[in-house]
Design a protein around this ligand. Structure first.
Ligand code: SF4
Length: 389
């Protein structure tokens, strides 16, 4: 099984906390001045080049339109992209096809169009239902628009709708964050992703922190909000299946699960990353990434080349480390499968550490899989670091 990721590198406005690659119109320009038509034409060239490679002639079970803000593209551009995808690659019937959606870029009519293109999952960037939070984060939409987007999504026939929220905003109290979760629950999403605010280097947010214009919550406050989130969402019938992700039964993101299972994925578009492995052995697992520049992307493909900026062949040690990290962050490590793949036994090498984790209710072994508990998810990074083989 494999996944296809397509990076749409445009946003209406850059949010202060974001370090994903995307271009936005400057203050005097408008959305219509973004080179979207040229981008679609160029993306189709990349798609065509990749589809000619034998190794990518496999069956894809998920397609993810991410960004940036893919929902900013006119439906006609998305139609051209998806026709290119289905014309060049073997997409499984019933494949999960997701579009990241900014509520400020869609209306009911556009969501109807997404549905008619075969898109069957919306990942909606809500971030907060408090207007002052949205203003602080420099989002382009209001709380009401975000709610309307979810309602319109359901009305358009989407059954699989995910909401993204951010917690640990400056001055956020437990009650304010709980009010966000309450409003999310009223919309009955099938999936929620909750991320703690991260200060990425060289973002406007990082400059504000450096200039002491805002102060962040302490590690303890962040941990309390996270702990409450896990309790709240599991009490409301969502299963935590990754550090930041919660889903109703039958609605886990297949695309994300493929990333976390070390499955193959092909990324297209500026800054997109790919991972491809023939059999998991040394030398056969490769990660590469495209240029993070729309100009560079156009130049490379106009000259008939691929827009790859870098590539690394992963060693067995790197694969082992990643598998532990990805497995523990999500639904666990299949102990027998791990031994078979790498000739290493997690329990032989880490018996006392694993016993400690299990004794302290941080991890459990269920059906041959070592997985973290809710308590374990809270200290996932420390646990992963302590299990390096
Ligand atoms: S809309 Fe999304 S991708 Fe664009 S700047 Fe904001 S957070 Fe980043």
């Amino acid at each position: 099984m494999a996944s296809l990721y397509i990076h749409i590198p445009f946003c209406e406005h850059k949010c202060i906390y974001c370090d994903f690659y995307s271009v936005a119109p400057n203050e005097t320009a408008s959305r219509s001045e973004l080179p979207t038509a040229r981008f679609v034409k160029t993306l189709l060239k990349e798609l065509d080049l990749r589809a000619k490679e034998e190794r990518f002639r496999v069956s894809y079970e998920t397609v993810f339109l991410g960004g940036g803000t893919p929902s900013l593209l006119p439906a006609e551009d998305l139609r051209l992209i998806l026709e290119g995808v289905t014309g060049s690659f073997s997409i499984e019937p019933g494949a999960e096809i997701t579009i990241e959606t900014n509520p400020g870029t869609v209306n009911r009519q556009k969501l109807d169009a997404f549905r008619s293109l075969g898109i069957n999952r919306l990942s909606i960037g809500v971030q907060s239902f408090h207007e002052d939070d949205l203003k602080f984060l420099t989002r382009i939409h209001s709380s009401e628009l975000a709610k309307q987007c979810v309602r319109d999504g359901y009305a358009a026939g989407f059954k699989n709708i995910s909401i993204d929220l951010i917690f640990s905003l400056p001055h956020q109290t437990m009650d304010r964050w709980r009010a966000n979760l309450d409003q999310a629950m009223e919309l009955n999403p099938s999936h929620i992703s909750c991320y703690s605010l991260i200060v990425e280097p060289n973002t406007p947010l990082s400059h504000m922190v450096d200039a002491r214009q805002i102060s962040l919550l302490s590690t303890e406050e962040d941990a309390s909000l996270y702990e409450m989130t896990i309790q709240y969402l599991t009490d409301h019938g969502l299963e935590q299946y990754e550090v930041s992700n919660f889903a109703k039964k039958g609605f886990k993101s297949l695309h994300n699960k493929n990333y976390w299972n070390h499955s193959n994925y092909l990324g297209l578009g500026p800054s997109a990353h790919s991972f491809w492995s023939a059999d998991g052995n040394e030398g056969s697992s490769v990660r590469w990434w495209n240029v993070s520049s729309i100009v560079g992307y156009f130049e490379k493909l106009d000259q008939g080349g691929l827009p790859v900026a870098g590539c690394e062949h992963l060693t067995v040690e790197q694969l082992v480390e990643e598998e532990i990290f990805l497995g523990l962050r999500s639904e666990g490590i299949d102990i027998a499968g791990f031994r078979k793949r790498y000739g290493k036994d997690l329990f032989t090498e880490h018996r006392s550490r694993l016993s400690d984790l299990i004794d302290n209710s941080l991890a459990v072994v269920q059906n041959g899989t070592l997985r973290l508990t809710s308590k374990g998810y809270m200290v996932c990074d420390e646990i992963c670091a302590s299990l390096r083989v």
